[in-house]
Design a protein around this ligand. Structure first.
Ligand code: GLN
Length: 454
C-alpha cells in the first residue's frame, strides 16, 4: 500500500510507470501474507517490484513502450518474471523504457520521457534517467518499488543505474532466460536487476537467473546464492584498468572518480594492474551494425496481423506499410533502415560480416587479459552524469546519443557480466557510477567488488 501510494503521488512527476497493476499487486501481496503465515515464504515473499515493459506479463499490457504493440496482453509470462513471482515477489506495474529498448535517455518511449528524480544543485530542470531501462532506474531511485527488472543490450541496465545512483548488473549472456522478453538484438540481450544496493541486486539476480529449455542460449549452470558474495574479501584479486577507456575529452570528474575507485579497491587488498584491450575503439561502431541488423530481423514480426496496432490499407501490403509507418517511432525506423542495409546483398560482407569479425577480436581482448590472471576490470560506467531532457546536441545528432554506451557495449559484444555501482557525485550533486566487468559466469566477484565501491 505504501508503494502504491508513493506511485500515485510521484509517478505523475517522474513518468516511470506506464501501467500500475494495483489490483494484481494487492492480490499477490495477500497471497504472500498467507504464505508467510503458513511458514512457506519464498526468498522474495511480498517484495514489491516494478517490471520493465519489455517483459511479457500474463494478462497485463506489454508494449515495449511502442505504439505498434497497442493493447497487446500476452497469454504467457516471461521466464524471468515467472521466476521472481515463484519466489514470492509482488508486481506493482510495468515500467517505462525506450521504445523496444532502443535509446540511452528514455526519450524514444511512446509514453514520453521518464524524468530522473535527481536535479542539479540549484536547478529545477528535468534530467534524463538514462535508457533504455529509464523507468526501472528512476522508480528504484525514487523508491517507487523495492527493485526492478531491466534489460541490457548495449548498456541499458548499467547506464541508467549510473545516472540515477542505483546498482544495475547485466549478467553473463545466457545467465537469464530471454524467453518472453521482447527481442531487440538476440545475441546481445540479457535481463538483470536494478536495485538500491549491491545486496538487493544480488538477491534479485539469484531469483531471475535460470536455465530454460525455452531459450536454447540459456546456460545450464547452477545459480549460486549471489548475496553470499556481498562483502566477501577481495584481497589478492587482480583488477585490470584498461588504458583504452581513458578516452580523449573525458571529464576530469570521471577521471577522478575512476582513480578513487582504484584507491578503494587497493585499500581493500586488491592488486591494480594496467591492461590493454586494443580493439575497444571499434566496439561502438560494430555494435551499431550488429544490434540494428538483429533488430531489423526481430521487428519484422510486427505486421499489423499478429500483434497490437493495425492501420487499415487498400490491400495487405498497404496495411503492412501503414501499420509500420505509424506504429514505429523515429529511432526504431532508423535502426530498421541501418539493419536492413547492412544485411542486404552487396553490403553484408562489408558491414555485417566485418562487424562480426570485430566482435570476435573484442572478445579475444578480454580472453587475453583474463588468461593473464586478471579477475575483473574497473572502468567508468558512463562518459558523463545525467544530461537534460531534449538535449539539443543529442537530439540533432544520434551518434552523440550513441556515445553514451562507449564504456558498456564492449561487455555485451563479449557476452560478459558487468555491474554499475554508484561511486560518488559530481560538482552539480549528480550521481556517478563505476563499472566492474567480470569473467564469464563470475558475477560473484562483481558483487564482492561492488560492495567495496558502493
Ligand atoms: N543505448 C543502446 C542502444 O540504443 C543500448 C540499448 C540497450 O542496451 N537496450 O542500442
Amino acid at each position: 500500500e505504501a508503494y502504491l501510494t508513493a506511485i500515485e503521488t510521484a509517478n505523475p512527476l517522474i513518468n516511470a510507470y506506464v501501467t500500475v497493476t494495483d489490483d494484481k499487486a494487492r492480490a499477490m501481496a495477500k497471497a504472500s501474507d498467507e504464505k508467510i503465515a503458513k511458514g512457506e515464504a519464498g526468498p522474495l515473499e511480498g517484495i514489491p517490484l516494478g517490471i520493465k515493459d519489455l517483459f511479457a506479463t500474463e494478462g497485463v499490457h506489454t508494449q515495449a513502450c511502442s505504439h505498434i504493440l497497442d493493447g497487446f496482453k500476452p497469454s504467457y509470462e516471461s521466464t524471468v518474471t515467472a521466476n521472481l513471482f515463484a519466489d514470492g515477489a509482488v508486481m506493482l506495474g510495468k515500467l517505462n523504457m525506450d521504445e523496444f529498448a532502443m535509446g540511452s535517455s528514455n526519450e524514444t518511449s511512446y509514453y514520453g520521457p521518464v524524468k530522473n528524480p535527481w536535479r542539479k544543485r540549484g536547478s529545477n530542470a528535468d534530467l534524463v534517467p538514462g535508457g533504455s531501462s529509464g523507468g526501472s532506474a528512476a522508480s528504484v531511485a525514487a523508491h517507487l518499488c523495492a527493485g526492478a527488472t531491466a534489460t541490457d543490450t548495449g548498456g541499458s541496465i548499467r547506464q541508467p543505474a549510473a545516472l540515477t545512483g542505483t546498482v544495475g548488473i547485466k549478467p553473463t549472456y545466457g545467465r537469464c532466460s530471454r524467453w518472453g522478453t521482447v527481442a531487440f538484438a538476440s545475441s546481445l540481450d540479457q535481463a538483470g536487476p536494478i536495485a538500491r544496493d549491491v545486496r538487493d541486486a544480488a538477491i534479485l539476480l539469484t531469483s531471475m537467473a535460470s536455465v530454460d529449455p525455452k531459450d536454447t542460449t540459456s546456460v545450464d549452470r547452477a545459480v549460486p546464492d549471489y548475496a553470499a558474495a556481498v562483502g566477501r574479501s577481495v584481497k589478492g584479486l587482480k583488477i585490470g584498468v584498461p588504458k583504452e577507456y581513458r578516452m580523449d575529452g573525458m571529464p576530469a570528474e570521471i577521471e577522478t572518480l575512476w582513480q578513487t575507485g582504484i584507491d578503494w579497491l587497493k585499500e581493500a587488498g586488491a592488486e591494480i594492474v594496467d591492461v590493454s584491450l586494443p580493439h575497444t575503439k571499434y566496439a561502438l561502431p560494430a555494435y551499431y551494425i550488429v544490434a540494428p541488423a538483429e533488430a531489423s530481423s526481430n521487428l519484422a514480426r510486427y505486421d499489423g496481423v499478429r500483434y497490437g496496432l493495425r492501420v487499415p490499407g487498400k490491400d495487405i501490403v498497404d496495411m503492412y506499410e501503414k501499420t509500420r509507418a505509424e506504429g514505429f517511432g523515429r529511432e526504431v525506423k532508423r535502426r530498421i533502415m541501418i539493419g536492413t542495409y547492412v544485411l542486404s546483398a552487396g553490403y553484408y560482407d562489408a558491414y555485417y560480416l566485418q562487424a562480426q569479425k570485430v566482435r570476435t577480436l573484442i572478445k579475444r581482448d578480454f580472453e587475453t587479459v583474463y588468461a593473464d590472471g586478471i579477475d575483473a576490470l574497473l572502468t567508468p560506467a558512463t562518459p558523463s552524469a545525467a544530461f537534460g531532457i531534449a538535449d539539443q546536441d543529442m537530439a540533432s545528432d544520434p551518434v552523440k546519443m550513441y556515445l553514451n554506451d562507449v564504456f558498456t557495449v564492449t561487455v555485451n559484444m563479449a557476452g560478459l557480466p558487468g555491474i554499475a555501482v554508484p561511486a560518488g557525485i559530481d560538482s552539480d550533486g549528480l550521481p556517478l557510477g563505476l563499472q566492474l566487468i567480470g569473467r564469464p559466469f563470475d558475477e560473484e566477484t562483481l558483487f564482492a567488488l561492488g560492495s567495496v565501491i558502493e
